[in-house]
Ligand binder design. Structure first.
Ligand code: NAD
Length: 324
């Protein structure tokens, strides 16, 4: 019989892409759970709400009895729900500790209580902290998160591994680099730059703008998650990335090149406190044990993402704050 997966964070950016990918590419049944926070958008998954293999549940991962009931009725868990915006975590860490740490503990405990269900946790490369110009993160590197967001993700990441060692929970942790794609909240870097360019407003870049991020198309990320959930050895941690490093300034310039009708300009604003200089993942472990490889080139993805935001103002307008 086809497996049933509990997917958390399904109305968010990556979760919605993952939900769609699973329903389109497998026979799995999906129970998806999301509290519909400001970061979510049910329009994104509206067409999937009636899908015969999908059941959407509005609820919080911190709700002990709801989570236990949902975990009881699935074969495994893909856990993506999280507070995810670094700037918000700097203003107020509490929701991040609640959702990212306490919520994860609740899911882990439920998975142990009902027979040690497969548990995939979507962590982030930000748990490693920052790099200088050289080198890349390996899975064996110590965690050294810099922001309240990445610290809460690192806490959960360590807990998942602890639950594997202590309770033999069959876990896998994935640590991916920055994603780009459609349906990402306008507060995030790439959508924000695109929407500023579309509105002919200055593109605000933190500090000097030479901060480097390693970008991956969300469609490549969800394929890697699916492989890891189904095939990765128990207890393993896997870096995911596409080895596409660009500085924030380079990304902003590409966006302006791809929107030639915009007369917006780049402007430098005060740097983010504790701003990590560079992230880059060594993905050799994943590439050695799987046939997965990224297929989307950043500039091509960027072009498609820009076109999507240009054509879907009904999606982002209710969430776009022109003054931020
Ligand atoms: P997102 O903010 O777009 O989506 C998160 C979703 O989780 C939202 O729909 C929100 O409503 C839901 N959620 C938050 N708290 C919840 C709670 N307590 N109970 C139920 N639902 C809750 O984030 P995203 O960019 O899609 O990221 C998804 C996951 O991937 C996160 O765990 C994030 O840390 C991780 N990640 C993201 C990136 C990236 O570049 N976006 C890179 C690596 C890892």
């Amino acid at each position: 019989m086809a497996q049933t997966i509990l997917l958390t964070g399904s109305a968010g950016f990556i979760g919605s892409h993952l939900l769609r990918w699973i329903l389109n590419h497998s026979q799995a049944r999906v129970i998806s759970l999301d509290c519909l926070s400001y970061a979510s958008n049910t329009d994104t998954i509206k067409d999937l709400l009636e899908h015969p293999r999908h059941q959407f549940v509005e609820g919080n991962i911190c709700d002990v009895s709801l989570v236990q009931q949902l975990v009881d009725s699935c074969d495994g868990i893909m856990h993506l729900a999280a507070e995810s915006h670094v700037d918000r975590s700097i203003k107020s860490a509490s929701p991040f500790v609640q959702s990212n740490v306490v919520g994860t503990q609740n899911l882990l405990d439920a998975a142990v209580r009902c027979g040690r269900k497969r548990f995939l946790y979507v962590s982030t490369d930000e748990v490693y902290g920052t790099l200088t110009e050289e080198g890349s993160f390996k899975e064996s590197d110590p965690l050294a998160p810099s922001s309240p967001y990445s610290a809460s993700k690192a806490a959960a990441d360590l807990m998942v591994n602890a639950w594997h060692h202590t309770y033999q929970l069959p876990t896998v942790v994935t640590r991916c680099t920055n994603n780009l794609g459609t349906h990402q909240h306008p507060e995030k870097f790439i959508p924000r730059m695109i929407l500023k360019a579309i509105h002919n407003q200055p593109l605000p870049i933190y500090g000097h703008g030479n901060h480097v991020r390693d970008w991956i198309d969300v469609r490549d990320h969800v394929r890697a998650i699916w492989w890891a959930y189904n095939h990765a050895p128990k207890g393993l941690t896997l870096n995911i990335g596409a080895n596409q490093e660009y500085s924030n300034l380079q990304i902003a310039r590409h966006i302006l090149e791809l929107i030639p009708e915009s007369n917006a300009q780049i402007t430098h604003i005060n740097d983010r406190p504790g701003h990590d200089f560079r992230y880059a993942n060594d993905t050799s472990r994943l590439r050695e044990i799987s046939n997965w490889k990224p297929v989307y080139d950043l500039k091509e993805s960027l072009k498609q993402v820009i076109q999507w935001y240009q054509n879907h103002s009904e999606w982002w307008k209710p969430r776009w704050n022109e003054t931020e």
